[in-house]
Design a protein around this ligand. Structure first.
Ligand SMILES: NC(=O)c1ccc[n+]([C@@H]2O[C@H](COP(=O)([O-])OP(=O)(O)OC[C@H]3O[C@@H](n4cnc5c(N)ncnc54)[C@H](O)[C@@H]3O)[C@@H](O)[C@H]2O)c1
Length: 273
């Protein structure tokens, strides 16, 4: 994608963190915005800020773990703007961090995999045909993670490995068809956002009635990780990196090289006799 002004960008998870920064960056490139989030109040705040700067913003409250909601997001965006050119499947949560993987409940799996992985499946199914319908194509960004390229280690990592695998498969299918649609797997490192406060958006019906054995330890881990993230890269910096990557049509985008040794160690272990 080379031309941005006047084109339409859809961003999920736009109420906070990186999604909000992406929206800001795309607005500065004179794109028209369709912003989605489950946090309706935060979404309106983000939109109002952008409107105050003179940008055109549609907000669509969306639970990305629901196919019907993602389809509604596409319909609302098309009804407002007539086309969509750039889609960022970005919403995500830290999910289950509350003990061993075998102790997780169905509700833990449904929430964590639903928001982090099924959301991207729904984004691909719903929006790739919309992008393909454009004469000049478009671009899709799937927010993965550095945890997508190192040993997974937890349920979040499982979901993020899957998002990367999905994005690579999508890229292969588009290339095979010589489609004018590009794909980027964005793999952020440690970014100063509210990711480890993701439980704020966990639906009531997906909360465990009885805490899992590691629930308390999980809360302590979330607090430590939140503190660690606060020292991380600014979301606006990631937005700049991403914007350049979209222009260059890059598939893999790592925000930094702090994880290189872990990437190499995993590959070496896989390849070791
Ligand atoms: N912060 C990091 O260090 C880091 C690193 C790697 C990857 N990521 C990924 O970046 C993406 C953005 O997260 P962030 O770090 O900006 O965190 P954030 O919590 O600041 O923003 C995430 C947004 O997603 C929204 N959201 C949560 N559940 C949703 C749902 N069901 N439907 C729609 N929206 C929902 C939240 O309301 C929030 O606005 C996520 O996919 C996350 O996994 C973050």
């Amino acid at each position: 994608m080379q031309q941005f002004a006047g084109k339409v960008a859809v961003v999920t998870g736009a109420a906070s963190g990186m999604g909000r920064a992406f929206a800001q960056r795309f607005a500065e490139a004179d794109m028209l915005l369709a912003l989605a989030d489950i946090d309706v109040v935060g979404l309106e705040e983000a939109a109002e800020e952008l409107r105050g700067e003179g940008h055109e913003v549609l907000t669509v409250p969306t639970d990305v773990s629901s196919l019907a909601a993602v389809e509604h997001l596409a319909e609302a965006s098309l009804a407002q703007y007539g086309a969509v050119h750039l889609v960022c499947n970005n919403a995500g949560v830290e999910g289950y961090l509350d003990g061993a993987i075998w102790e997780a409940t169905d509700k833990d799996w449904t929430w964590t995999i639903g928001v982090n992985f099924w959301s991207v499946v729904y984004g691909v199914r719903t929006f790739i045909p919309v992008l393909l319908a454009n004469e000049d194509g478009g671009h899709m960004v799937n927010t993965c993670s550095m945890t997508s390229v190192v040993k997974a280690g937890n349920m979040y990592g499982i979901a993020k490995h899957a998002v990367l695998a999905l994005t690579e498969s999508l890229d292969a299918d588009l290339r095979e068809r010589a489609a004018k649609v590009g794909v980027t797997a964005l793999c952020p490192g440690i970014i100063a956002t509210r990711l480890f406060q993701g439980s704020r958006n966990r639906p009531e019906e997906l909360k465990n009635e009885v805490p899992t054995p590691g629930a308390e330890a999980g809360q302590a881990l979330r607090a430590r990780m939140h503190e660690q993230l606060s020292q991380g890269m600014a979301p606006s910096e990631v937005a700049e990196i991403l914007f350049d990557a979209i222009k260059e049509g890059r598939l893999y985008v790592l925000t930094d090289h702090d994880w290189d040794e872990r990437i190499v160690a995993r590959n070496n272990e896989i390849l070791s006799p």
